[in-house]
Design a protein around this ligand. Sequence first.
Ligand code: NAD
Length: 437
Amino acid sequence: MELSASIHNRSAVVGVVGLGYVGLPLLSVFHRAGFAVIGFDTDPAKISALLAGENYLKHLGETLVSDMRNTGRFVATSDMAMLAKADAILICVPTPLGKHLEPDLSYVEKTADTVARSLRPGQLVVLESTTYPGTTRQIALPRLEKTGLKLGTDFLLAYSPEREDPGRKDFNTQTIPKLVGGIDALSGDVAAALYRSAIQQVIPVSSAEVAEAAKILENVYRSVNIALVNEMKLLLGAMNIDVWEVIAAAATKPFGYQPFYPGPGLGGHCIPIDPYYLTYKAREVGLPTRFIELAGEINHAMPQYVIEKTMLALNARGKAVNGSRILVLGLAYKPDVDDVRESPSFALIEKLTELGAAVDYNDPHVPATHHMRKYGDLGMKSVPLTDKSIASYDCVLIATHHKAYNWQMIADHARLIVDTRNALRDVTGRRGHIVMA
Ligand SMILES: NC(=O)c1ccc[n+]([C@@H]2O[C@H](COP(=O)([O-])OP(=O)(O)OC[C@H]3O[C@@H](n4cnc5c(N)ncnc54)[C@H](O)[C@@H]3O)[C@@H](O)[C@H]2O)c1
C-alpha cells in the first residue's frame, strides 16, 4: 500500500477526530514526528482556541498549540469534509455511560458515519476511544463497508487504546507503550508502522479485540484494587488501625504487591466508566462480571461514607450538618489537574447541600464550575483560601490533595478537617481536629 511509503517518508497526513484530553496530545505527537496534522472537533470553542494558538489543556504546556501553528503543518477544523485529506484518521471521541450505566456509543457511531461519508481508497482508520471488545469490528467496520469500499484492499481499520494519564510527569503520549490490533493483518501492520513513526514503543497484538480487551482489563484492574483498599479503609478504620500506614508498610514488599490508595470515590473519564462497558458486553455471552460490579458498588458508596464521617465529626462538636458552613478542598478528581469529570467532589457537594449545609469549594485549578452532564452547572466559584476564610468554616473537607495547598496553614487555622487523602500526614502541632475519612 502507498500509505506505508508515505508513513515512512512522513508525507502522510494524520487526522485526529476529537481533540480532548486524548486527541490533542496525540495530534501533537504526530506533528512532532514530522507529519502534517489535521485536528477535527465538533466543539467550535475548541477549534477557535486552536486557531488562535491557544492550548485549553494547561497540563500540556502553554506553547503546545502555538508551536504547531507556527510550522504550517497544523490545521484545526469542524469541517468534516476535510477528513478526505487525511491518510490516517485516529478517532478519540468520548465513550460515556448512559443513565442506566449502559455504554453510550453514539459518539463513536456518529464519527464512523462521518468518516464513511468521505472514505476513499488508501485511508487507514483507527479507533482509540475506550470501549468493549468487538466495537471496532461490529460498530465501525459495517459503517465503513456500507460505502462499497472493501477492508484490506481499499481501506484499513484498527484499534489502538489510549493510555493517557493527564498530569503525569514520568510518562507522556510519546513514551507510553502503545498497543495496536488490526481488524485484519494488513491493517494491524500498517497501523503499527504509523504509531512506530511517532511513539517510542509499539506492541502489536493479534486482533482489534485483544487490544480493546487489554485496555478494559487495565481499567478494571484499577477499579477492583481501589475498591479493595476502600473496603480495607472501612474495616481498618473500625479497628482503629491507620489504613495509610498499613498500605505504606505493605508496599515495602519488593514484589507481588502494588499499592493503591483509598479516597472519597472514583473520578475521571476512565475508571468509573469503562468497566461497565465490559459488564454490558458480558451479558451477550451470558456471564456475570462479579468483581466489576462489586468494585463499582464499593467505590460508589465512598462519598456517602465520607458524608457520614463528616456528620459524626460535626455531631461530636455539637453541630448538625444542617446550617453548617463547609469548605470542600479540591474539585478536580485527582491532584494538580483541572479535570473535574466524574469527580466525587460533586457528589459530596450535592449530598451536603441536600442535608442543609452551606457549601463552598476551593480549587486552584478550577476557578469556576461549568456545565456537566450529570450535575448541570452548580454556578459556584472557587473561594479564596486565607487564614481567616479557613477559620470561618465549621468544617474543611479535603477531597483532592493538590500540591499547591499549604497543608500546615490549613491545619493551623481550620476548626475541623475531614481528610479523605491523608493529605495532613506531615503537619505538626495539634491533630485532635483532624478526622480521617
Ligand atoms: N481522559 C483520559 O485520561 C483518557 C485516557 C485513556 C482513554 N481515554 C478514552 O479516550 C476517549 C476520549 O476521551 P477524552 O478524555 O479525550 O474525552 P474529551 O471529552 O476530553 O474529548 C473528546 C472530544 O471529542 C469531541 N467530539 C465529540 N463528538 C465528536 C464528533 N462527532 N466529531 C468530532 N469530535 C467530537 C468533543 O468535543 C471533545 O473535544 C474516551 O473513550 C476515553 O475513555 C481517556
